[in-house]
Design a protein around this ligand. Structure first.
Ligand SMILES: NC(=O)c1ccc[n+]([C@@H]2O[C@H](COP(=O)([O-])OP(=O)(O)OC[C@H]3O[C@@H](n4cnc5c(N)ncnc54)[C@H](OP(=O)(O)O)[C@@H]3O)[C@@H](O)[C@H]2O)c1
Length: 328
């Protein structure tokens, strides 16, 4: 089969089209003929050598796909050959065929095309697992979502809006801030030209927010602790600002704060299945009634995966990049 591999750690030019054997199925897995594969920032980190591939994972990049089931393992109960699905992959999404655990597969939501379906798994599962299962965001609470124009951010804003939260966000330029406000944020702050903490305090009468979805971490910690209301939750999903910071611990006690976070990939197959099931139970209706949908910046051919990485790295996008692999 055709696939894109990482020749050596480095820039986008390290992504190269190659030939690999088709994956071998375990009894609890299905084989998917891939239509589209979502591109995520963790793929960039893996390419650079900053996101170690778990020992049991496929070394090819790609964490989410859409496609058609073409084979099922002996123990598979819920899927049949010909089903149109999307799935969270343990690597290997940038290829014509990928084997995935049965519990990591979802149907293509009604009304979705295959490119949109490929944007769901990694992004929506990350947001659901962190903003709602860890951050316990509830109706009428206030939330700050960094990277509001990113794949993760555009998803988090739409889900938080449906959940009835009051949303604040950040983005790196004014045009994308205005887009993020149209998507559902009450106010979006340009973190490059203004102090988001001051703006947030002004917008919330100095009260701050209940939950922060944090993809920056280092450099923002003290501001986040100040910006959280009593019983607030800080949920860290990436450390683009660095892995170290300092904080006055008495503020954590005084405001009874929770600092949590997670990375999806290293979690056990069973733990991922639990998040996927919980997400489906809560948001499927929103997807199928068009209340929430992936925002796609551009679709590239599989052979142009390097161009997709270059575009994601440039940081001028809104939403997701997707690779077209095959027509199914
Ligand atoms: N924990 C997990 O399991 C998990 C899973 C998937 C993704 N992630 C992480 O989630 C983040 C978003 O992923 P993605 O695939 O959607 O990538 P993406 O589109 O490249 O998003 C990265 C975002 O970070 C924002 N950003 C960077 N520095 C910032 C700063 N100092 N202040 C505020 N915002 C800043 C960027 O904003 P501008 O472009 O507007 O400047 C951009 O929107 C990535 O960091 C990724 O590693 C975590």
């Amino acid at each position: 089969m055709k696939a894109v591999e990482i020749k050596a750690f480095g820039g986008p030019e390290m992504l190269e089209l190659c030939q690999r054997p088709r994956p071998i199925l375990s009894p609890g897995q299905i084989l998917i003929k891939v239509a589209y594969a979502g591109v995520n920032r963790p793929d960039l980190l893996q390419r650079k050598g900053n996101y170690p591939v778990p020992e049991d994972a496929n070394d090819l990049p790609g964490l989410e796909v859409s496609g058609e089931v073409i084979k099922t393992g002996n123990a598979v109960k819920n899927w049949r050959i010909g089903d149109r699905v999307c799935a969270l992959c343990h690597g290997g999404g940038y290829s014509e065929y990928v084997a995935v655990d049965e519990g990591h597969v979802m149907p293509v939501p009604a009304g979705f095309d295959m490119a949109q379906a490929a944007c769901l798994p990694e992004t929506y599962i990350t947001v659901w697992g962190n903003l709602f299962m860890r951050g316990h965001l509830k109706k009428a609470e206030r939330v700050l979502i960094h990277g509001g124009a990113s794949g993760i951010g555009t998803t988090a804003i739409q889900l938080a809006r449906q959940a009835g939260a009051e949303i604040y966000a950040t983005a790196g330029d004014d045009a994308r801030c205005r887009y993020v406000e149209k998507l559902g944020a009450r106010a979006c702050f340009n973190y490059k030209s203004e102090d988001f903490e001051k703006r947030l305090a002004a917008e919330t009468d100095g009260e701050g927010v209940d939950v922060i979805l944090d993809m920056v971490a280092g450099g923002y910690l003290e501001a986040h602790i100040r910006a959280l209301r009593a019983d607030g939750r800080l949920v860290i999903i990436a450390v683009q600002g660095g892995i170290k910071d300092t904080l006055a611990l008495n503020n954590v006690m005084r405001k009874r704060l929770t600092i949590t976070g997670s990375t999806l990939r290293p979690q056990s197959s069973a733990a991922k299945s639990v998040i996927i099931q919980d997400m489906q139970n809560h948001i499927w209706d929103w997807l199928e009634t068009g209340k929430v949908k992936p925002v796609i910046q551009e679709v590239f051919a599989l052979k142009d995966a390097a161009k997709a990485h270059t575009a994601l790295e440039a940081g001028q996008h809104i939403g997701k990049f997707v690779l077209h692999v095959t027509d199914v």
